[in-house]
Ligand binder design. Structure first.
Ligand code: URA
Length: 518
């Protein structure tokens, strides 16, 4: 007897799992089952059309011939989750056959060279490669919309059914951005939750995602994606500048960036000319006399404008709008490597023209996900100090020296890494641009990174804490520890450390309580 199962989508893993369990429990052998997906790409050409149009459950399964308990290795489930995303129409038949054999042929577990196992493993690897390539090679282009934030649209042609599986990655990476990815098979669009804190939060259907709406729609064509924008010219200039002819390894490049993706990558047009000049350029580099690195001259507003998604547009006169423009610009900042890995940039918040600006080091894990400064554990400690001092966060502006979260991956965990001096220096102009908008009377530097950024020289925080230092243009900066230093400190000395920290901060009490003026 033949059984036909029509799954509800190309990637219906839950459907496959429950049907496979049911069939297995009823001892239906793999050769008696035909698996179909709505695309109609049946792997079994001899199944009548009428049969293949049934939705699951399909042909009635005979009564169970005795209950069957089976346990499969966890690695098999991982394999299935990836293989169901493969474009091969025979994938579900293969997986069910493997499941059947795992249960009925104990020796299969010890035969890694078995043809079915090998084929499934290769399919899993192909899907993993496709997921990796999509994460690496999607390029968004902004589409201006009347009265709405720009929609960043990308065109991509995956080999497998991976769009749904990869969408959460893009949500986490570009949480604050409105974006859409178009592919021939389906499209996906992300609308972040409203920035207005009084608005009801939208829910992402997946509870592990930040608030917002993730929608899937029909496929599209390449012509639906917007053409190159001015920001792309900037990216190409940057790409040409960072191309190091002495490090050219064309085989490696082709492997990492296969030619089939080139038509989606603006930088691909530069590869041939840059490669052709590489030998000559590296020869000149070898012959040239050594040079010492140029001192970086910070030109905050010009750089911010250059990176703004609308090049040529000046920062708006209205400070609130200018801060919003800076936020958009930092999202695209790749002047150091941190930005490429963070979820989003985190800019300061607080009243425009606050009298006091508090500057931390960089956003942490929580801040990176939420997009606001000092909301994680260090922020909670800081809030406690604010409460004990009788201050209110509504009275001052809180920001960081570095605008993206730097971390190191340990397994799935993102562990905070202190930004290097180069990274802090690269980010300095963003902080200076914020300062230029807020124009505070005084600053509190929480920790060494903030102190150096504000004072303009390395500061020994433990030696100079509790002191007001003078920075450029007579800037007044109160130096103290970063709250995470207290979190890390010796528990036996915690009370004392807490009291000393409050004492440091209290020196800014007069300014902290001033209403934002001007
Ligand atoms: N630490 C910081 O320095 N800033 C934050 O925003 C959070 C933690």
């Amino acid at each position: 007897m033949r059984h036909t199962v029509t799954l509800s989508s190309e990637t219906d893993w839950p459907g496959f799992r429950s049907e496979a369990r049911r069939l297995l429990a009823h001892l239906v052998p793999p050769e008696d089952v035909a698996w179909h997906t709505p695309a109609g790409a049946a792997e079994d050409l001899f199944v009548p059309i009428a049969d293949s149009e049934q939705k699951r459950p399909a042909a009635p399964v005979p009564p169970a011939q005795g209950a069957m308990n089976f346990v499969v290795p966890p690695a098999f489930l991982t394999l299935c989750e990836k293989v169901v995303l493969h474009q091969d129409p025979a994938r579900f038949a293969l997986l069910y056959r493997l499941l059947w054999r795992l249960v009925h042929e104990r020796a299969l577990r010890h035969d890694p060279l078995d043809a079915d196992r090998t084929r499934a493993r290769h399919m899993m690897q192909a899907v993993r490669r496709d997921l990796h390539k999509m994460k690496a090679f999607v390029r968004f282009r902004p589409l201006e919309r009347e009265g709405e934030p720009p929609l960043h649209v990308a065109w991509f042609e995956p080999d497998h059914h991976i769009v749904e599986a990869v969408a959460p990655f893009f949500v986490r990476r570009f949480t604050a951005m409105h974006w859409a990815i178009l592919t021939p098979e389906c499209s996906v669009q992300w609308t972040p939750a409203q920035a207005d804190p009084t608005a009801a939060p939208q829910k992402a259907s997946d509870a592990s995602l930040p608030p917002g709406e993730l929608r899937f729609g029909p496929g599209a064509s390449r012509a639906d994606a917007p053409p190159a924008d001015a920001g792309e010219a900037l990216w190409l200039t940057y790409y040409a500048h960072i191309f190091n002819p002495a490090r050219l390894k064309t085989d490696m490049m082709r492997k990492e960036m296969p030619v089939k993706y080139w038509h989606n990558l603006p930088e691909a047009a530069l590869i041939a000319p840059l490669t052709a000049q590489a030998t000559e350029r590296s020869g000149r580099m070898v012959e040239a006399a050594p040079t010492s690195p140029a001192r970086r001259i910070v030109q905050p507003v010009q750089q911010a404008r250059a990176l703004d998604p609308h090049p040529g547009a000046a920062l708006p006169d209205d400070p609130k709008a200018a801060l919003a423009a800076l936020k958009r610009a930092t999202e695209r900042c790749r002047e150091c490597p941190i930005g490429a890995h963070a979820t989003q940039s985190v800019m300061g918040e607080g009243p425009i023209h606050a009298a006091l600006m508090v500057v931390g080091e960089q956003p942490g894990e929580q801040e990176d996900l939420v997009g606001r400064p000092f909301v994680g554990p260090a922020g909670q400690l800081f809030n406690r100090a604010v409460a004990e001092l009788g201050w209110s966060r509504e009275h001052f502006f809180v920001t960081n020296a570095v605008k993206h979260f730097k971390f190191e991956l340990r397994g799935k965990r993102r562990i905070h890494k202190t930004p290097g001096q180069r990274e802090a220096a690269a980010c300095l102009h963003w902080l200076e641009s914020e300062i230029a908008q807020v124009r505070p009377r005084a600053f509190i530097a929480l920790g060494a990174t903030a102190a150096r950024a504000l004072v303009g020289r390395p500061v020994a925080v433990t030696a100079e804490r509790g002191q007001w230092l003078e920075g450029p243009q007579g800037r007044r900066v109160l130096i103290t520890l970063h709250p995470s230093a207290l979190l890390r400190g010796d528990p036996a000395e915690r009370d004392e450390a807490w009291r000393a920290w409050l004492e440091d901060l209290a020196q800014a009490s007069d300014i902290a309580s001033l209403e934002a003026a001007r």
